[in-house]
Design a protein around this ligand. Structure first.
Ligand code: UD1
Ligand code: CA
Length: 473
């Protein structure tokens, strides 16, 4: 991917973030034990998707991109499903189960076996706060390699109700006071705890083990490590970020808010990277959408997962793309659908009401109107007439259609797979093609036209007589 390319991925700056910590090892502990009862779902909360990807996967990828070579995932409800789905990301992941929910410090300690393996830095993240960026995690870690023993990620909350408040004095964080334990003066503080904390690896176990549960909720608070560290003369600092980036998801309303924030960020990134969005608020991205420079995206376009669009393409209104690669200078839509495995070359035209699935469309080919192409290849410069359908499915199996270069398929033809159309061949309009067509041949597969002179006039006269006699038959 060139540097000018836009990406919705949190790992877009993965290289730089990780490089900054060269030599410092990092363990990320991701808490994902929340019951998520307010989601009212059979799916574990952290597997709900934002930008087409489970929330937990966003967090794990951001952690890895920020240099976490090992990740400990602490699950609770739905542990097996969460572990299984996250196991497929190709990360060095250990899954732990917190069987009783006794607080955030207790949750981190559920990953004790991972904490016991030495690491320079330990970062605690949350599977239900998916928008945290690799750069922010890297910035937090950066404080550990400077002056800090612990670095807490804070934000100015529009409404601080419910958050832990950060008690800062002379640039040092002295304590985090939970809402339920705070006095009125402390509650007036707007600088809040995101929950995300980085600490020097060697300190994690002793600090966590020193945490008690003598508080309003009777929980083991991770946040208590701040006061404990201060008592031991350690240095605790705050890094800040936006509220948007650390928002968490507890219900479907917050999931929708998180999705909206994700989309805003993806749009801003696309614009900044040289993509034109005619109506940004109507274009929807996935976590891995990649649009190159000078791509123009019209109104109401949806990018599902796995889409790459090369330079100077135009995506016209109401198109839906998923798992598709679009070559440079290609035009898609309006009302086009690219499904997984659609691979369009350069200068291709895919027009209105055209669906392409698992097919290679080579340079300069044109499919402009009302067409379905699945499990196929279309050679360079071929022209596929309006209403052409590839019949790829026989009710049990899928079959392949191979169309060569420079082919002309007449309108409203059905190509019954498996079938091959050689280079330079013509297919007559309205054909049903069941046999291979050699290169440069003309194939016509339809009933011959019959013309009966005067017959229409006879039928009209007959009908007029019946009508006068009120005899429909
Ligand atoms: C926590 C912080 C608070 C911060 C807020 C940000 C503590 C004590 N408080 O408060 O300072 O402002 O997050 O949203 O840490 N979890 C477990 N196991 C547990 C308890 C919690 O996995 O036993 C997970 C939850 O699933 C959740 C996260 O930890 O993802 C935070 O827990 P929650 O109980 O929501 O903490 P808050 O009271 O919101
Ligand atoms: Ca919470």
């Amino acid at each position: 991917m060139s540097s000018a390319e836009s990406s919705a991925e949190t790992s877009s700056s993965a290289g730089q973030s990780a490089a900054r910590h060269h030599g410092r090892s990092c363990l990320a502990v991701v808490l994902a034990a929340g019951e998520g009862t307010r989601m009212r779902s059979r799916t574990p909360k952290v597997l709900h998707r934002v930008g087409g990807q489970p929330m937990a996967a966003h967090v794990l990828r951001a952690a890895a991109a920020a240099g976490a070579g090992r990740i400990a995932l602490v699950t609770g409800h739905g542990a097996a499903a969460v572990g299984q789905e996250m196991g497929g990301l190709g990360l060095d992941l250990a899954v732990f189960e917190q069987t009783r929910r006794l607080g955030t410090a207790h949750a981190v300690l559920a990953a004790r076996a991972a904490l016991e393996v030495p690491a320079d830095d330990i970062v605690v993240l949350y599977g239900d706060a998916p928008l945290v960026e690799a750069d922010t995690i890297a910035r937090l870690r950066g404080r550990l390699s400077e002056d800090a023993d612990i670095a807490v990620l804070g934000f100015e909350a529009a409404d601080p109700t419910g958050y832990g408040r950060l008690m800062v004095d002379c640039g040092r964080l002295k304590a985090i006071r939970e809402e339920k334990d705070a006095n009125p003066a402390e509650r007036a503080v707007r600088l809040c705890n995101s929950g995300i904390i980085a600490m020097k690896g060697g300190l994690a176990l002793p600090l966590l083990e020193a945490v008690g549960n003598d508080n309003a909720k009777g929980e083991y608070y991770l946040t208590d490590i701040v006061e404990i560290a201060n008592r031991h003369g350690m240095t605790v600092v705050v890094e800040t970020t936006t509220e948007d980036e650390v928002q968490g998801v507890n219900d479907r309303t917050q999931l929708a808010q998180c999705e909206a924030a994700f989309q805003r960020r993806a749009r801003e990134r696309a614009l900044a990277a040289g993509v034109t969005l005619l109506a940004p608020e109507t274009v929807f991205f996935s976590y891995d959408t990649r649009l190159a420079r000078d791509v123009i995206v019209h109104q109401n376009v949806v990018f599902g997962p796995g889409v790459q669009v090369a330079e100077a393409c135009e995506i016209l209104p109401f198109s839906h793309l998923e798992g598709a690669h679009v070559g440079a200078g290609t035009r898609v839509g309006p009302f086009a659908r690219l499904r997984p495995g659609a691979h369009l070359g350069e200068g291709v035209h895919v027009g209105n009401f055209v669906e392409v699935k698992a097919a290679r469309v080579e340079d300069g080919a044109k499919l402009n109107h009302l067409t379905y192409i699945g499990d196929a290849r279309i050679g360079a410069g071929s022209n596929i007439g309006a209403g052409t359908i590839v019949c790829n499915y026989d009710g049990t199996f899928k079959h392949h259609t191979d169309i060569g270069a420079g082919v002309f398929i007449g309108s409203n033809s059905a190509l019954v797979a498996p079938v091959r159309i050689g280079d330079g061949a013509y297919v007559g309009t309205g054909s049903v093609i069941t046999d291979d067509v050699p290169a440069d041949a003309l194939a016509i597969g339809r009933g011959r036209q019959v013309v009966k002179e005067g017959r229409a006039a006879e039928i009209r006269a007959e009908q007029a007589r019946r009508k006068a006699a009120q005899q429909p038959r």
